[in-house]
Design a protein around this ligand. Structure first.
Ligand SMILES: NC(=O)c1ccc[n+]([C@@H]2O[C@H](COP(=O)([O-])OP(=O)(O)OC[C@H]3O[C@@H](n4cnc5c(N)ncnc54)[C@H](OP(=O)(O)O)[C@@H]3O)[C@@H](O)[C@H]2O)c1
Length: 333
């Protein structure tokens, strides 16, 4: 299988290369693409690979294209490549809400994929959220979801991670930094209640994505979803404080039992889990599940997952695997 990764030099793209190696994805030839040419800029299976400027012609030589190069690259090329018969998984937000395009989280709604050749990867905060919400929906229905996120700096890409390191160094040494930053404010020893840009109602793009994508993936178009998304000075893995109202009366015990058998999720009956605990893994952890005082329909939980892996790279590779399986079944029929 000829496999291309667009954005191979970025935080998600580099993680995709690692996940392809780990999962033994059938890569016979790898293509690494980014915004410009660079010699031996990435490694795959221990070998250096040249990085090539992204364009339709060279990408059309591949069977599977995994996009992690931002909205522009995906918008220009994603659908065109899928229309030309390539299997495309896309980490950008470009196609997630497009009518007729399925938005699939493999352990939540794989049935929705059908024979799609273009599979958007949902927003990283949304993926870990819906993994925790699915078993709750299945057991007791969902009426309302409120979320406060604590999102790692890697979620804003490699330049933001580098900025965090520079700010930490400057705080230690008393040095000064360039004013230009990829984040809306200083991040070291700080928190920033803004992820993305604001709309006319005062919501930021991340909050809008959580609303729309959660409804689409859970197939609950009227679900009440509200969030405040916050960037915190953590390098990897997002955390979420989640408040749910169920349709039917239930108990923390019943919900815990459902979470315990949800693929992709590990429920901790006791204790806590932090971003550092889950870094580098593909499991979403749920802890601190409890009923609100005196209620049988209001519950709180703490959800933590690695944004670069389950929130992006691993999900992209798993979507490519699912599309490949569907295509092979189609050819065999
Ligand atoms: N970080 C996360 O946790 C996360 C989670 C879910 C989804 N995503 C999405 O994944 C994508 C990549 O994010 P990231 O965090 O990996 O960002 P990043 O670290 O800033 O990396 C961006 C990558 O895209 C490449 N690129 C930029 N413009 C391009 C263009 N016009 N054509 C082709 N490649 C281009 C860059 O190449 P150069 O090195 O040449 O500049 C780099 O390889 C974004 O769409 C982001 O929204 C990120």
């Amino acid at each position: 299988m000829k496999v291309a990764v667009v954005g191979a030099t970025g935080a998600v793209g580099e993680t995709i290369l690692r996940v392809l190696e780990e999962r033994a994805f059938p890569v016979e030839r790898l293509g690494a693409f980014a915004s410009r040419d660079r010699a031996a800029a990435v490694r795959f299976r221990g070998q250096p690979h040249d990085v090539v400027a992204t364009a339709y012609e060279p990408l059309a030589a591949y069977d599977v294209v995994l996009f992690a190069g931002g909205d522009d690259a995906s918008k220009d090329l994603g659908r065109a490549l899928a229309d030309a018969g390539k299997l495309v998984a896309d980490n950008s937000s470009t196609y997630r809400m497009a009518p007729g395009v399925p938005l699939v989280v493999p352990d939540v709604n794989p049935h929705a994929l059908g024979d799609a050749r273009l599979a958007p990867v949902a927003n990283c905060s949304t993926i870990q959220l819906v993994l925790a919400l699915k078993p709750i929906r299945d057991v007791a229905g969902l009426r309302c979801v409120r979320v406060a996120t604590y999102q790692s700096v890697s979620g804003a890409g490699r330049p933001a991670l580098e900025r965090l390191e520079e700010e930490e160094r400057a705080l230690q040494t008393g040095g000064t930094l360039p004013a230009a930053t990829p984040l809306p404010s200083a991040i070291a020893r700080n928190v920033i209640p803004q992820v993305g840009s604001f709309d006319a109602d005062g919501n930021c793009t991340e909050e809008q994505k959580i609303l729309e994508e959660t409804r689409k993936i859970l197939e609950l178009p009227m679900l009440h979803v509200a969030s405040t998304t916050v960037r915190v000075p953590v390098r990897f893995a997002h955390s979420e404080a989640v408040f749910v109202e169920t349709e039917r009366e239930t108990s923390a015990e019943e919900l815990g039992a459902a979470l315990a058998v949800q693929p992709g999720v590990q429920w901790l009956r006791e204790g806590i889990v932090t971003p550092r605990d889950v870094e580098g893994g593909d499991t979403v952890f749920v802890a601190r599940l409890r009923a609100e005082a005196g209620s049988h329909r209001h519950f709180q939980l703490w959800v933590v997952g690695d944004n670069l892996r389950v929130g992006a790279a691993t999900t992209a590779v798993r979507l490519a695997e699912l599309m490949l399986t569907a295509r092979r079944a189609e050819s065999a029929a």
